[in-house]
Design a protein around this ligand. Sequence first.
Ligand SMILES: Cc1cc2nc3c(=O)[nH]c(=O)nc-3n(C[C@H](O)[C@H](O)[C@H](O)COP(=O)(O)OP(=O)(O)OC[C@H]3O[C@@H](n4cnc5c(N)ncnc54)[C@H](O)[C@@H]3O)c2cc1C
Ligand SMILES: *[C@@H]1O[C@H](CO)[C@@H](O)[C@H](O)[C@H]1NC(C)=O
Ligand SMILES: *[C@@H]1O[C@H](CO)[C@@H](O)[C@H](O)[C@H]1NC(C)=O
Length: 568
Amino acid sequence: MSFLDELISSYFTYALAVVAVLHVALTLGPIAKRRRNKNIEELTAINELPNLGKPRLSGKRIDGTVVVAGGSIAGLLTARICSTHFSRVIVVEPEAWLSTKAGVSHELTGGKGENGKKPNPRARVMQYNAIHNYHVYTLYALRELFPNFDAEARKIDPDAIASSDIKLHVGGRHLKAPHGFYKGDFPMHFSVNRHTYETLLRKLVKRDCDNIEYVTGTVVGINTITNSTRDRVESAIIRSKDGVETTEPTLLVVDCTGPASAALKWVSTPAKPLKVPRDIYDPKMFYTTCEFEVNPAAMEKVPIPGGYANSRVILVYTPDPRIARNTVYIFRREHNTVQIACGGWDMHERPRSIDDIRTFISQIKGTEPFPSFVSQLLDALEDNNCGASATYTDTRCPPCHSIKYHAVADKLPSNLIALGDSVMRVNPVRGQGCTKAMIGAATLSGILQRCEPIFDQSSGRDILPHNFGKTFWEKHNRRIASLWVQTKADDYNWATTVPVEGETLKKGAFLRWYGRNFLNVAYHNERIAAVLHNSSMFIAPGTDAISPDIAIRVVWAGFKEFLGITRS
Ligand SMILES: Cc1cc2nc3c(=O)[nH]c(=O)nc-3n(C[C@H](O)[C@H](O)[C@H](O)COP(=O)(O)OP(=O)(O)OC[C@H]3O[C@@H](n4cnc5c(N)ncnc54)[C@H](O)[C@@H]3O)c2cc1C
Ligand SMILES: *[C@@H]1O[C@H](CO)[C@@H](O)[C@H](O)[C@H]1NC(C)=O
Ligand SMILES: *[C@@H]1O[C@H](CO)[C@@H](O)[C@H](O)[C@H]1NC(C)=O
C-alpha cells in the first residue's frame, strides 16, 4: 500500500467509526422508526392501500361531476377512484372504438402487418404493443380496487399473477432475487401485455362503477371563475367526434391525456398566459418488441433456470454503462407467446428475425458473458419455426418530460389536477409508467378520503376546498420525484443523451456512483437485495437504500473499488 492509500484509509477508518456511532443512534430506537414511517407516508403511496376504492369515510358521495380527460390506464384508474367519491364521473376519450365491444374484448386482433409489423389499433398510444410489466405496488392496489382481481386476471392467463423475480442481469451479472429472505413468500406481481391490462381495467371499471359515463371526444378547454385569490374550473369544454362543443359543469377536472399533456394548454389563455415550467431531456431510447407464438412443450426443453413454465419474466438484461448501451427483455406472455425486446440508448438496429436478435445480443459487451440459455432459447424458436408467426413493434420513445405544476400550484385552478404520463414521462427502461399512474390515483384517493366539500356562496352549491389542487400537486410530486431523478441520472451515463437545458451529463454523478456500489453490495447480501427489491417495486421508500447501516457498506464498497483502481 502506498503512503497515500494508507492516509486515505486511516482517515476513512476514522470516518467510518463516526458513521458507525451515528448509525447506532439513528437506526435503532424510536427516532429511526418514526423517520421511516414519515418516509413511507410522504414518499410512497403504501398507506393509501387500505382505503383505496373503499366508500367515503363520511358515507355520502360528493354531489357533482368529475371530468376525466383520457380513457387509458391513468384515466380509468382515476375514474374508478372518483366513482366512490362523487355522484357522477365522465371519461372523455377520443378513440371511439374503445367504447364499443372491442374496447373490453381480449380477443386478439390484427395478425401481421406490412414488413412483419404488428398492427396497432390504438392510434394515440404508440406503445400499445410494446413490451410491458408492472411493479408489485400496482398489483396490491388493483386487489384493493377490484374484488376478485386475481381470479379475473387468471381467467385471461393462469399465470397473469406471477413471482416478481425479474431475473435482473446487469452487464451479465445476475442479481439473484432474495428468495431466502422472504422465506417462500416472495412478492407477486401482475404480468401481462399493455393492451391486456388496459382492456381488463376498462372491463372491471365498467363492471363495478355504474356512475361513470363514457364520451367519445376530446377535452379542449376549461371555463374558470376567478376568486380574488384563486381560480376555479366551473366547466370543461368537450368536443365530440363530430366537432360539436358542449360545456360540462364540473367539480374536478383530471388531465389523464398522456403525452398530449392537454392541461398545459387549458391553463394558459391569451388573457392570462401561464407558462408551466418543465424539464425535458432525450435519452434517445428505442425498442423493438419481437413477439413469437410458441408451443410450451417445445420450450420446456430450454434450460431456463427454474424452467420455462415457472418463469414469467425470463430475463431482464441491462448494460454496464461503461461498456455497453443495449438492453434485452424476455417475457413469457398470454396466449402462448414469448416476447423478446431489444432496446437501447441511441440504438440503430431494427431486428426483424431470430437471427437478427442473435446478432444484436452477440454485440453486447458485458462484465460477464450473456446468460447462455438465451442462445438455446433462440435455437428452440428457430427449430420450431416460430419466426413464421413473429411480429415486430418498433417504438422510438419520445423525450422524457417532467411538468412542474407543483411549482406554480398557486396560479392554477384549485380543482384541476393531472396524473400519469401527462405530468411526467420517464424512460421506460424500468417499466414504471403504469405504476406511476397508480401512485397518482392512490394519492388522489387519499386526499379525497380526507376532504370535505365546502359551501360556495356565489354558486350556492358545494365545491372542493380552495387548497385541493395545491395539496394534490405537492403530495403527488413528493411521491414521483425520485423516479425522475433516478432514471435521469442513469440516462446521463450515455454521451448520446441530450440533457435538460442548463444541465450537463455530469449531473447525478454521486447517484450513479452510489447506485453502482449499492448493487455491488446487494450481489452478496440478501437483506440488501431485499431492500432494493422492495423499494424498486414501490412497496418501501427509496430512503431505505440510504439508511445508515446500508450507506456505510455502500461507501465501504466504493472505497474498496477506488483502492482497487489506484493499485492497478
Ligand atoms: C416502449 C415503452 C415501454 C413501456 N414499458 C412500460 C412497462 O413495462 N411498464 C409500465 O408501467 N409502463 C411502461 N411504459 C409506459 C406506459 O406505457 C405509460 O406510462 C402509460 O401508458 C401511461 O398511461 P396514461 O394513461 O398516463 O397515458 P396514455 O396511455 O398515453 O393515454 C392517454 C390517453 O389520453 C387520450 N387523450 C389524448 N388527448 C386527449 C384529450 N384532449 N382529451 C381526452 N383524451 C385525450 C388518448 O387517446 C389516450 O387514450 C412504456 C412506454 C413505452 C414507450
Ligand atoms: C376565495 O378563496 C379563498 C381561499 O383561497 C377563500 O378563503 C374565500 O372564501 C374565497 N372567496 C369567495 C368569495 O369564494
Ligand atoms: C419488504 O417488504 C415485505 C412486505 O411488505 C416485508 O415483509 C419485508 O420485511 C420487506 N423487506 C425489507 C428488507 O424491507
